[in-house]
Design a binder for this molecule. Sequence first.
Ligand SMILES: Cc1ncc(COP(=O)(O)O)c(C=O)c1O
Length: 276
Amino acid sequence: MEIAFYNGEFLQEVDEKIIPIQERGHQFGDGVYEVVRVYNNKPFMLEEHLDRFQKSAEAILLQLPYTRQELTEIIDQGVKRSQEKNVDVYFQVTRGIAPRLHLFPNTKAVFSMTIKPSRPIDPAKKESGVAVLLLEDERWKNCYIKSLNLLPNVIAKQHAASRGCDEAILVKDGSITEGSSSNLFVIKDGTIYTTPATKGILHGITRLAVFQLAEKMELPIKEQHFTEEFLLQADEAFITSTTQEILPINKVDEFEIPTHYTITKKLQNEFLKLTK
Ligand SMILES: Cc1ncc(COP(=O)(O)O)c(C=O)c1O
């Protein structure tokens, strides 16, 4: 069953039309969000997601309307109500409902959430990889904030799809930052490389899981800025995100990437064990 929660209440239907016109999330994108995947009734890396949620809220000077304990309980309750074992939980907090003025209103922040069965990942993509398109990163300087403002990401993803690609890989000042909704990893001569967790990328939770797995598996992993050419010469490359998990890359623009995926497959297998 699909579940929705808005401003303190569970709703009858996910599609219930209840967002007030003067909701600042709707009018300004004035809020932040998270997405957590639940495997077998257990939210994966929930504490890390809640840490990032808190950091994102603090970065936009927004006070969360619930304590961490309360957030955990609302999520748990929602998952139970859904009666599903494997779900995607999206939750956001906005600066509330107030007359349309740029200045922060004196209102309480509003928390909302949807819970739906996990979007399946195409097994062919897990196995054989996805094509990606290189595009300029046109976003702001604070991409570490998981902001509701996703316009450049949405447009980049759409451009990629219109060229038959699954993801847009963003490039800023000659360096790759990340995907439009994923982090990027490149493997060269046995070492795994990814862009450093600066303010210019989202500090992905799946990215963090890959670091933990690499450490456990004694695979060398490095945070380093790199160029499009480095990606094109990769032995393997993959993207990560909560809903896409670990997906190999088989093509960058019109260039093929090797498809043996030796290390990527090992990481996928270990990730599967973590989430089983
Ligand atoms: C821009 C961007 N980078 C990276 C990620 C991956 O983050 P996570 O692994 O926490 O889902 C996402 C996920 O939505 C994203 O939107």
